[in-house]
Design a protein around this ligand. Sequence first.
Ligand SMILES: [Zn+2]
Ligand SMILES: [Zn+2]
Length: 275
Amino acid sequence: MRIMWLDSHCHITADKFSGDRSEVIERAREAGVDTLVAIGSGYGAEGNASAVDLASGDPRIFAAVGVHPHEASELDDRGRTEIRSQLEHPKVVAVGECGLDYHYMNSPCEIQREVFAEQVALARELDFPVVIHVRGDAPDAYEELLDIWIAEGRGELEGVLHCYTGTLPFARRALDHGFYVSFSGIVTFKRSEELRAVARGLPLDRLMVETDAPFLAPEGHRGRRNEPAWVPLVGETLARLHETSIDEVARITRANASRLFRLPEASVGSPGEPR
Ligand SMILES: [Zn+2]
Ligand SMILES: [Zn+2]
């Protein structure tokens, strides 16, 4: 039986796919990528709603809704109400992506922290996993993010650090606080030796793969629009680093994502007990 891949993070509702979205999804399936988590946040006010719409019409697409740190200063009460009601939809599986981005700093740090804390509290209240975006080092976004996660999550939450580009010691600490770590096409780039060392140093049973499409096309496709069909290229790199088969990486990363997002298949073939 062919093992199918799960792209744990893509922006398939982005405008860049508006001309050929169904072909892109079909191409992914032909490439063995049958399940997608469509991230609604980060693409303006309509992003969450389009992700929920897309997921509701396709059994193999799930959605995450939240407020991206870039858009933290745009959150108002109407947005809060919308997100709460979207979280009631059966195909919405996570809060996010949310977090801190001190690299681009599109919203002031203070507001980013408040809006992130609010979403962690919401995830705890409604019992959802959280998709986390963290970037930037001065002041240290990673440390502040973990502080907020611990204070607001109170040890009750699980999440994924998506498109991870941080250090190995931080990732190891994050695992102790309920995080999975997801790698994107960046880990395939020729110059990403350091990041590959991070990926090698983490246990496979806490890793996921993603495209973050339309951005970050993997090595061999750089400069082009990224798409979910290319997530196996990220998995191939992890297989090489962990000296295992590509099928094994597909199976484990899929089981990890299914467990975190509590997808219908989570009970089938996943190692260990859900936690
Ligand atoms: Zn992100
Ligand atoms: Zn993203």
